[in-house]
Design a protein around this ligand. Structure first.
Ligand code: CMP
Length: 140
C-alpha cells in the first residue's frame, strides 16, 4: 500500500469544544501523521469556493455560515492509503450513521456540525490541499 496524503479540517463545532487535540490524537492513533497544520478563521469566499461542488444543495448557505462561525484547523495527513484511512476513522457524514469508535460517532453534533472534513479521493485531496496549504507548509 502506498503512502499518500489527504486533506482534513477540524470544524468549528470541535474547536469550540476544545477538541483539536482529542481529534488529532484519534487521527494519529489511526496511523496518520500530521505533516501540515494551521488554525484559521475561514472567510466566506474561502468556504464558498471550497464547497463549490455543493452550491446547488439546499444546505450550502447554512454550511458556509457554519464553517465561518469559528476557527478551524486545516491539516494535511500522511499515511498508507491516507484518504481511505481518514474516512474510516472519521465515520459516516451523519453521526447517526457513524460506527462506534469513529470521530463523528464520538464527537459530532449533527450532519452539519460533524466535527471533521476529509477528502473523498486522491484527486480531490490534491485539489483541497492546494486550496488551503502552501507547499512550504508541508513540513513533514
Ligand atoms: P463535509 O465532509 O465537510 O462535506 C460537505 C458537508 O456538507 C458535509 O461534511 C456535511 O457537514 C454537510 N452536509 C452534507 N449533507 C448535509 C445535509 N443533508 N444537511 C446539512 N449539511 C450537510
Amino acid at each position: 500500500m502506498a503512502v499518500t496524503r489527504t486533506f482534513s479540517i477540524i470544524k468549528p463545532d470541535a474547536t469550540r469544544r476544545n477538541l483539536t487535540g482529542a481529534i488529532t490524537k484519534m487521527l494519529e492513533d489511526a496511523g496518520l501523521r500530521v505533516v501540515a497544520s494551521r488554525r484559521i478563521r475561514m472567510t466566506r469566499d474561502q468556504a464558498e469556493g471550497f464547497y463549490a461542488v455543493h452550491k446547488e444543495r439546499p444546505f450550502f448557505n447554512d454550511l458556509c455560515t457554519f464553517m465561518t462561525s469559528g476557527p478551524v484547523v486545516v491539516q494535511v495527513l500522511e499515511g498508507e492509503d491516507a484518504v481511505k484511512r481518514n474516512r474510516e476513522i472519521m465515520g459516516a457524514t451523519n453521526p447517526a450513521d457513524a460506527a462506534e469508535g469513529t470521530i463523528r460517532k464520538t464527537y459530532a453534533e449533527s450532519i452539519e456540525a460533524n466535527s471533521v472534513h476529509g477528502s473523498d479521493s486522491d484527486e480531490n485531496a490534491k485539489i483541497e490541499i492546494d486550496y488551503f496549504i502552501a507547499p512550504d507548509e508541508n513540513v513533514g
